[in-house]
Design a protein around this ligand. Structure first.
Ligand code: CO
Length: 151
């Protein structure tokens, strides 16, 4: 039976950049957003940071090498919009729901990401948009201050 993956809000928008420090400086200086910590995610081959922009966030992604998914993305298409992330209450449930709709997924099981527990849907199954499902974990506990969506 087909099930629905109910989205709570847009969690973040992923942007592929070739120099995360330069990109961060651009957003801080040009748009006045607070700077954020850059973390290296070895398994994903990126240096990444989540910056708060108003009601949502941007995830800046700099590849750690040319032979990484984001490295190949920049090689093919240059810097730019990389993915759209939807916040869901339960990412495992959301993943099963999109599979029940026959969508092609990149992650067969949820995994840990910068923004929480995540899973990607293939852009072929989402009108050309690489789509990420995110379940927030520890956000409140960590007190990083990200505002919840408007009720
Ligand atoms: Co993301």
């Amino acid at each position: 039976m087909k099930r629905t993956c109910v989205v709570e809000y847009v969690d973040h928008v992923g942007v592929a950049v070739s120099d995360i420090d330069a990109a961060m400086a651009f957003f801080v200086e040009t748009f006045g957003v607070p700077a954020a910590e850059v973390e290296e995610l070895e398994d994903q081959g990126v240096r990444a940071a989540l910056i708060e922009v108003g009601q949502t966030r941007l995830e800046l992604l700099q590849p750690t090498g040319a032979e990484t998914p984001v490295g190949r993305f920049i090689e093919r298409r240059g810097e730019g919009l990389h993915h759209l992330a939807f916040n869901v209450k339960d990412v495992a449930e959301g993943l099963e729901a999109v599979k029940s709709q026959g969508l092609q997924v990149i992650d067969e099981a949820p995994r840990e990401g910068l923004s929480g527990i995540i899973a990607f849907i293939h852009p072929k199954s989402a009108h050309g948009v690489l789509t990420e499902l995110v379940q927030s974990v520890g956000r409140k506990e960590s007190g990083d201050g990200f505002p919840p969506p408007r009720e």
